[in-house]
Design a protein around this ligand. Sequence first.
Ligand SMILES: CCC[C@H]1O[C@@H](n2cnc3c(N)ncnc32)[C@H](O)[C@@H]1O
Length: 483
Amino acid sequence: MELKNKKLTNDEFYGIQKEILTQWPTGADVNFEKAVEFHQSLPENKNFGKKLVKAKKEGKTLVQPRAGVALVQEHIDLLTYLQDKGGADLLPTTVDSYTRQNRYKEAEVGIQESVRESKSMLNGLPIVNHGVDACRSIINELNTPVQVRHGTPDARLLTEISYAGGFTSYEGGGISYNIPYAKNVSLEKTIRDWQYCDRLTGIYEEAGVSINREPYGPLTGTLVPPCISHSVAIIESLLAAEQGVKNITVGYGQCGNLVQDVAAIRSLGSLTEEYLKRYGYNDVEVTTVLHQWMGGFPQDEAQAFSVISWGSAIAALSKATKVIVKTPHEAIGVPTKEANAQGLRCTKQMINMLCDQQLSNTSHVVNEMMIISAETRCIVDKCFELGEGDLAVGTVRAFQAGVLDIPFAPSKLNAGKMLPARDNDGAIRILNAANVPLSKELIDFNREKIEERAQAEKRDASFQMVIDDVYSISKGKLVGRPW
Ligand SMILES: CCC[C@H]1O[C@@H](n2cnc3c(N)ncnc32)[C@H](O)[C@@H]1O
C-alpha cells in the first residue's frame, strides 16, 4: 500500500487488523464491543484526556512519572505507591524493551525469570504478553488515569491490547518512535504503522471513547533545538488528526535556558493549533507536556534534585499542562519506587509554590517565541512542499534530504549533519544548519548567538562546544565552558 496522508478506509484498516491480532495469542482476546463497554464502565475521572483538558482550562500543571515493572501485581503496587505516596496526578505504564521490539518470546522469558527471582527482570510491563484482562485489572485498581509509554516502531498489536485493556492515553508516533529509537527501520513503514494506531484511536473516538495521543516530544533528548522537536510534534499531530484523533498532547524536552524553554512550550501549543486549523482539523483538543531534562544526569542525588526542580519550575512558569518527572536515580537506572515518589514530591512542591505566578510574555520571551515559530514554519512548510502537499510523503523525503535532522539520532535514515550548541545564556542554537532549511536571517541569528559565547570563552565556535554541552549538566553546569 503506497504511503499517503489519508484516513485509512475500513477495508484497509480491518484487513491489517486481521493479521495483527494473530501476532501473539493474547491478540485473540481483543473484542472491540467489549472494550468499548469496559471504557464506558469507567468513571470520568479515569479518562486521561479529560483530566488534561480540565487542567488546561484551570491553568494547572499535572505531574506524571515514568514507571513499569515485569509483573502485573507488582506493577499495580508500584503505581498505587506513586499515586498515594508520590501524589502523581497522572500515571504511566512504561513498557519493557523486548515488547518495544516485538520480541514477545523474550518478554515471556523475562516474566518467568521475574517470578523465579521475585524481582523485575524487565525494564517495564510486557503488556502484550499479559493481555487485555491484566490491563483491565490495572485500570480498575487505580483512581488515576493511566497512559502507555514505550518506544515501539511497530506498536499495532500493543495499541490494540492497550486500548482494549482500558488505557486512555498512548505515547508515540511514526517518526518519534523510529528515528530516536531504531537503527534501520523504514520510515514509510513506521509512519504507515502509526497511521493504523491513530486510525484505531479514531475508531474508539467515533464509538464515544476518547483516547489521548502524545507524540514523543524530546526525541533523542540531547541538545534538540526547539524547532526540530516542534516540527516532529506538529507533523505527528497532523498525521494523527487525519486518522480521527481528537485529543493530542504535544511535548518538548527541557533544554535549560528559562526564556527559551518557556517560549518553547508556549509556541508549541499555539503552533500545533495553528497547523491543525490550517489543514481543517478544527475539533482537536491540544495540551502540552514538558519533559524534565532528558540528557545525562548527575550521579549525586542532591544535584539530581536540582535538575528535577529546575524542570519543575519551567513547567510551572510556562503553564505546561503536564510535566514528566525524573528521579534522583536517573543516572543509575530504573528507579526504586521510593526514588520515583521523591521525584514526584519534589516536582509537586515546586509547582505548588509557583502555581500563583507565571512568567509573563516579556520582550525576551516574545522574541524567542517568534524565533522558534519562524524556524519551525521553515521546516514544516518545506515538508509539505517536498511531499507536493502530502505530509507523509514529504516527511520521508525531508529526512532523505536532511531537512528534518535530529541531533544524535541512531537511525541511519537521519542525516546527522545539523549541529546544535548552547549560546552564552545556555539556550540551544544551531551551529551548523546543514540542510535544515532555515532562512538566512535565522541562520545568521543562531550563529551570532553562538559567536557571543565563542568571544566570552575565547575559543572558536566548534564541535568541541557541542561535546562539552552534551556532558555539562551531568558535570554540574548548563553551558559546557572550557574552564
Ligand atoms: C525516553 C524515556 C527515557 C526515560 O525513561 C525512564 N524510564 C525508562 N524505564 C523506566 C521505568 N521502568 N521506570 C521509571 N523510569 C523509566 C528512564 O530513566 C529515562 O529517564
